[in-house]
Design a protein around this ligand. Structure first.
Ligand code: NAD
Ligand code: UD1
Length: 316
């Protein structure tokens, strides 16, 4: 099968591409490298087609889409606080860009589009865990952009018969998550703070909780979402069904890294939700999804990966 992976040079994207190539599929990556890196694709570079370009340009998306069977649409500006700072740019990429991907997928008669949605569409729910039948009420422009992407995906199903699946990922972490931006995911920031013995910064009191989900689980979900027979038109939470506070994460990292670091507590971030925990029953039942790497194991693997990366940098 031929897959187009938008955002395939990014964190979740490059891990997904690796697995698709491992399974013998043909893969096209469309990425503008605004956040992703070509080096994330080093191991598979000779086996895939890489197109540098933006999903905001319909012509480029049309070109990348040629002969695709499945589209895994991950390209986006992925940060909540960045969307609070610049909602117009987040909308341009996440909403206008997604519309281009859907139009091109429709025109090229692809079998199915899998859209990277987000737990952020829920906002603060009155109860936990968050389940797909709860009413979305995002509290950040990013959450809105992801919800609009879902609505467009489903509307293209109803209007043009384009098969689609929306995956609401819950805080994915693991190797290749970029730690170098102030907008990077918290675990990549914490892991590198421990490696560099700098103070980890906690926004708020650190008692906020997240259903941190190791990237292999998201990769598994992406591929199942393309293949599962009765999944089209559906929206699925992709998490682990367990959550943990940032303060607990810091405690675990102290044990893994074998050092104690006092965190620096700063005011909470705008657009931040307090608690996040996924009900994953629907994904289990319809996609056959089952998280295979749970948090502690994932954290150990991730820390080991950042450690190996910093050793490589020192050697070069
Ligand atoms: P990432 O930033 O590593 O990946 C996004 C990729 O999209 C990058 O490679 C970037 O260069 C590319 N990109 C950005 N704008 C583009 C454009 N205009 N045209 C082409 N490519 C563009 O982030 P990620 O964590 O791998 O996230 C992948 C997707 O999953 C995003 O849609 C994100 O919103 C969604 N998501 C991520 C998480 C998470 O916890 N990481 C959770 C929920 C949803
Ligand atoms: C993350 C994803 C977003 C996704 C959402 C879904 C990233 C960058 N963001 O958003 O794409 O849709 O999950 O669940 O991958 N924090 C600190 N210190 C830091 C960084 C963050 O305390 O150095 C705090 C934040 O204020 C927040 C929590 O850690 O309370 C998680 O933040 P972050 O990793 O940015 O993820 P989300 O905002 O949950």
């Amino acid at each position: 099968m031929r897959y187009l992976v938008t955002g395939g040079a990014g964190f979740i994207g490059s891990n997904t591409v690796d697995e698709l190539v491992r399974r013998g599929h043909s893969v096209v990556v469309l990425d503008d490298l605004s956040a992703g890196k070509e080096e994330n694709l080093t191991e598979v570079r000779s086996k895939i087609t890489f197109i540098k370009g933006s999903i905001t340009e319909l012509e480029i998306v049309q070109k990348a889409m040629l002969q695709a069977d499945y589209v895994i649409h991950l390209a986006a500006r992925a940060s909540v606080p960045r969307s609070v700072k610049d909602p117009i740019e987040t909308n341009r990429i996440n909403v206008d860009g997604t519309l281009n991907v859907l139009v091109a997928a429709r025109d090229n008669k692809v079998k199915r589009v899998v859209f990277a949605a987000s737990s952020s569409v829920y906002g603060e729910t009155p109860t936990l865990p968050k389940s797909e039948d709860m009413r979305p009420l995002p509290i950040s422009p990013y959450g809105v952009s992801k919800y609009v992407g879902e609505l467009y995906s489903q509307t293209f199903g109803r209007c043009y018969g384009l098969e689609n699946v929306c995956l609401r990922y819950f805080n994915i972490f693991g190797p290749r998550q970029d730690p170098d931006s102030p907008y990077s995911g918290v675990l990549s920031r914490f892991a590198t703070a421990f490696l560099e013995s700098t103070q980890p910064v906690v926004f708020g009191d650190g008692e906020q909780t997240r259903d941190f989900t190791y990237v292999d689980n998201a990769v598994q979900a992406n591929i199942l979402a393309c293949e599962a027979p009765s999944a089209s038109g559906g929206t699925f939470n992709i998490g682990t069904g367990r959550s943990i506070s940032l303060n607990q994460v810091l405690q675990m990292l102290q044990n893994i890294a074998g050092k104690k670091l006092a965190a620096k507590y700063e005011p909470p971030r705008e657009g931040d939700i307090r608690d996040s925990l996924a009900d994953i029953r629907r994904a289990r039942e319809t996609l056959g999804y089952e998280p295979t790497v749970m948090f502690e194991e994932g954290l150990q693997r991730t820390f080991a990966w950042y450690l190996a990366q910093s050793a490589k940098k020192v050697a070069n």
